[in-house]
Design a protein around this ligand. Structure first.
Ligand code: DLL
Length: 420
């Protein structure tokens, strides 16, 4: 059994990958110019026509596309194929303004499933595996994406969707699930719950594919230990099909981007200037292979670093780091940039399970930062003076990591709401 799902693609030479990207880009630009007035207008505004785009060296001539464009064009304004050719939509949860809706032809779904199949195969899944998909099904792409990938590999697929922890654990034990797919925070919660129920010996998991939210290396180690598995990261976003845009191999040190379908750039989020590999900046994707909803130079807001160092897994696709933050969700407290991942690192280093809530407030023009952290059950049974000492320790740890004071409140285990 191969360790690659698409060996000829995943181990292709750089020349071959560039050839695919050149041909794909030229074709995609022509398709959107001919079929999407919104794109044509944006290109005309930048003074560029399909004749100017001969290959990826011309990519920089194209305008960026942003989430605002997607909202402006809602719902059908960026469709490149007739609606009658589309078979599915997915949508982002969208906290403000209009939702973003992405469309798929059957071919788009097949391509997406293939990307997820590559991720599952890289995590060791074969047709002998039982894959428990505990990402949400519905408009969110997590459930359907990994479900499709699991089918393609030929695994027995348990479409659990999110929530109902008792049922999750029952199916996991009764049907002998070997691969778990869900958010890392839910994986951590499942791990805690399995231990509480004393059924750890009845679990047969060997791997987990976790993504859709930020998680740290400390959290990975925690999950791997609690569930006795190898935990793999997976990255993607609804606009660019969903999970599987990039996935981790056995080396667990960055995610290979499926470059036969996506061209990636890293830019300076302030100036838009393209940065060389190895520099930290905002990820920008061109999804040239998609039919219904192709995207040219889509700004993700995810801050990452790319690496083209040879990977010993044999895959030749470029690797991206975990998103190190977002250019738009960084908190600024008292003028200091605060990334939630920094807070999480402190918590994990101090022995907490990283179930926490950050509350940033402003009172009389003064910023405050409060971190509410769940105690572990052992701490909860400690006496009050010990709990206060632990709070002081954490305040010092946060001060040293962030450079500012954060109020810290230890709360009872499982009192912070979880989102699966
Ligand atoms: O979260 C798709 C997905 C589902 C990815 C299941 C992985 C697994 P959206 O809801 O559109 O799509 O959110 C996309 O989530 O821009 C990142 O900021 C963040 N994100 C996705 N994967 C990761 C990850 C899905 N592995 C947004 N680590 C992206 C950190 C991630 N952040």
């Amino acid at each position: 059994m191969s360790k690659y799902f698409s060996p000829e693609k995943e181990t292709a030479s750089r020349e071959q990958i560039v050839e695919w990207q050149n041909a794909g880009l030229v074709d995609c630009v022509k398709r959107v110019w001919d079929n999407v007035p919104y794109y044509r207008k944006k290109m005309e505004k930048k003074g560029v026509t399909p004749d100017d785009i001969k290959g990826i060296e011309d990519l920089h001539k194209l305008p960026f596309l942003t989430k605002d464009d997607l909202r402006d064009a809602y719902p059908y304004g960026l469709l490149a194929r007739p609606l009658s050719d589309c078979v599915r939509i997915h949508s982002t949860s969208g906290t403000t303004g209009r939702r973003v809706v992405a469309f798929y032809t059957q071919n788009d779904i097949d391509l997406w499933d293939e990307c997820c199949a590559r991720a599952l195969t890289a995590a060791g899944a074969t047709e002998d595996d039982v894959v428990q998909v505990s990402y949400g099904y519905g408009l969110f792409t997590g459930g359907f994406g990994l479900n499709g990938g699991s089918h393609k590999v030929g695994c027995l697929t348990l479409p659990m969707s999110s929530g109902n922890t008792d049922r999750q654990i029952q199916f996991m034990t009764d049907l002998g699930a070997t691969v778990l797919c869900c958010t890392p925070s839910y994986a951590a919660y499942l791990g805690e719950s399995i231990h509480e129920r004393g059924v750890r010996d009845m679990i047969h998991l060997k791997a987990g594919i976790f993504g859709a939210e930020a998680w740290t290396e400390e959290m990975r180690r925690d999950i791997e230990q609690t569930l006795g598995i190898k935990a793999y990261d997976i990255y993607g976003l609804t606009e660019i099909s969903g999970p599987g845009v990039a996935f981790e191999c056995e080396n667990q040190n960055g995610m290979h981007i499926n470059e036969d379908y996506f061209i990636v750039e890293v830019i300076d989020p302030k100036t838009g200037e393209v940065l060389p590999d190895g520099e930290k900046g905002e990820l920008v994707f061109t999804a040239f292979a998609k039919e219904a909803f192709p995207l040219l130079r889509y700004r993700t807001k995810d801050i990452c670093i790319l690496s083209r160092e040879k990977c010993s897994c044999g895959r030749t696709f470029v690797k991206m780091t975990k998103p190190l933050g977002r250019s738009d969700d960084m908190l600024i407290v008292k003028g200091v940039n605060v990334f939630p991942s920094q807070i999480e690192t402190v918590l994990l280093n101090h022995g907490y399970a990283a179930n926490y809530q950050i509350i940033v407030d402003r009172h009389k023009n003064s910023d405050s930062l409060e971190v509410r952290v769940e105690m572990t059950p052992e701490m909860f049974s400690d006496e009050l003076s010990k709990v206060s000492a632990k709070e002081r320790e954490l305040v010092a740890g946060l001060k040293s990591m962030l450079g500012i004071h954060a109020d810290d409140k230890l709360v009872t285990p499982k009192s912070i709401v979880r989102y699966a």
